[in-house]
Design a protein around this ligand. Structure first.
Ligand SMILES: C[S@@+](CC[C@H](N)C(=O)[O-])C[C@H]1O[C@@H](n2cnc3c(N)ncnc32)[C@H](O)[C@@H]1O
Length: 243
């Protein structure tokens, strides 16, 4: 599988963490600007696909500043959510957002690595991620871990940008991503390199069919993916069968 690293660094795991550490303070604003505020809607669709039951327990891997974890907690009465991320400055911003939304008693924030989840097998009723898959140093190991901690009969659901489906859209999308996004990244986040890594990592990422293969290797059954924004975003869904 092809994989790119910020600035072409040899150790992707550390380079990605350093990069998110640098842009954490402007991360949410950049998301809103780049997506025209659509990212909230995409996360809510992802939450729905996770099919968390009332009172269920969910894990959001690579939670960043916590938006998907908070949407999960709000989606079901009595649910409990763990938001996990390995970048301190990103996850440090999450508790204040939880307090502002009155959700602080429903979500726990944990600094940790998605390649080595600190949970027992079969612990969660849903495992989610948003815009994280491209960033894992080893996607196979990360999927094996997400599948391991998930209860049988439940889902691993991942929202990710995809090299877009339609040819015309792909050209428009590439122009926006390769020229506009790095410029806005330089002006708003003061980090053009981070926003050059974004389109490069998308271009190198897997198709939905290839990602289905990764899910199968992790013991999950891929369900039909949900394509959003003319296929430029995909909600990948993997189901864990009973043993
Ligand atoms: C693009 S951000 C997405 C944040 C959030 N999920 C959202 O929807 O805004 C990617 C996040 O994945 C985290 N991440 C990448 N690799 C990770 C790993 N191995 N373990 C934990 N977090 C990881 C980064 O620290 C970063 O916060």
């Amino acid at each position: 599988m092809s994989s790119v690293s910020p600035g072409g660094a040899p150790d992707k795991h550390e380079a990605v963490r350093d990069m998110f550490g640098r842009i954490a303070g402007r991360y949410d604003l950049m998301n809103r600007l780049m997506t025209g505020g659509m990212d909230g809607r995409w996360r809510r669709i992802t939450v729905k696909a996770a099919a968390l039951p009332d009172g269920g327990r969910a894990l959001d891997v690579g939670t960043g500043t916590g938006d998907l974890a908070l949407d999960l907690a709000r989606s079901k009465p009595g649910s409990r959510v763990v938001g996990l991320d390995y970048t301190g400055p990103m996850i440090a911003l999450a508790p204040a957002k939880a307090r502002a939304k009155g959700l602080d008693r429903r979500v726990d924030w944990l600094r940790g690595d998605g390649h080595r989840l600190p949970f027992a097998d079969n612990s969660f009723d849903a495992v989610t991620s948003a815009f994280v898959l491209r960033n894992f140093a080893d996607l196979h190991v990360a999927y094996a871990e997400m599948a391991r901690v998930l209860r049988p009969g439940c889902r691993v659901v991942a929202l990710e940008i995809s090299p877009a489906g339609l040819p015309v859209w792909r050209q428009l999308f590439a122009g926006f991503f390769e020229r506009v996004v790095p410029l806005v990244g330089r002006l708003v986040a003061g980090d053009e390199e981070a926003y050059r890594y974004l389109p490069a990592s998308v271009a190198a990422f897997l198709s939905p069919a290839e990602l289905a293969g990764v899910m199968r290797d992790a013991g999950l059954v891929p369900l039909p993916p949900r394509r959003l924004a003319l296929g430029s975003l995909v909600v990948h869904i993997g189901f864990k069968p009973e043993a």
